[in-house]
Design a protein around this ligand. Structure first.
Ligand code: HEC
Length: 120
């Protein structure tokens, strides 16, 4: 009987664990544009302001529209892991080792907003 209780408890905790995973996924993130602006100013501006080294410039709506078409999840993952595209190399977290996943999400949201683009 005690064993059964242990199993039931274990399954319960596993369920909670799964539920919490679902909640922390990138899809559920909400952008903090103000923080995104700060992260951009610190970590993304060097390449993404004028479009240095193949990066999409903030004013380059066409490039950001093409990026946005990949979906926010893909952009988020690419900004975290780094991404080699046809224009150049987006370094892992834009070389910002102290930037959190949320910081990256916020910075991307800020850049899309500045470019006048909405990601799906
Ligand atoms: C050293 C230059 C550099 C820095 C710094 C940089 N990027 Fe990039 N980033 C690039 C380049 C180059 C590309 C374009 C890659 C391509 O499409 O060929 C890119 C592309 C991207 C993309 C599009 C990815 C895709 O799937 O098309 C996102 C999103 C992005 N950067 C976010 C960021 C964020 C957020 C920061 C700041 C935290 C940042 N970048 C900092 C160079 C940089």
């Amino acid at each position: 009987m005690k064993k059964l209780i242990t199993i039931v408890l274990a399954l319960g905790f596993f369920g909670l664990f799964l539920a919490s995973c679902g909640n922390s996924g990138p899809k559920k993130m909400t952008a903090n544009i103000e923080n995104g602006n700060a992260v951009y100013d610190k970590a993304c501006i060097a390449c993404h302001w004028k479009g240095v080294a193949g990066a999409a410039a903030l004013t380059d709506k066409a490039r950001w529209e093409a990026n946005a078409a990949k979906g926010m999840d893909t952009l988020h993952v690419h900004s975290i892991t780094g991404f080699q595209g046809e224009f150049g190399v987006m370094p892992e977290r834009g070389t910002c080792t102290t930037c959190s996943d949320q910081d990256m999400y916020d910075a991307i949201s800020y850049m899309l907003k500045e470019a006048g683009v909405t990601a799906k």
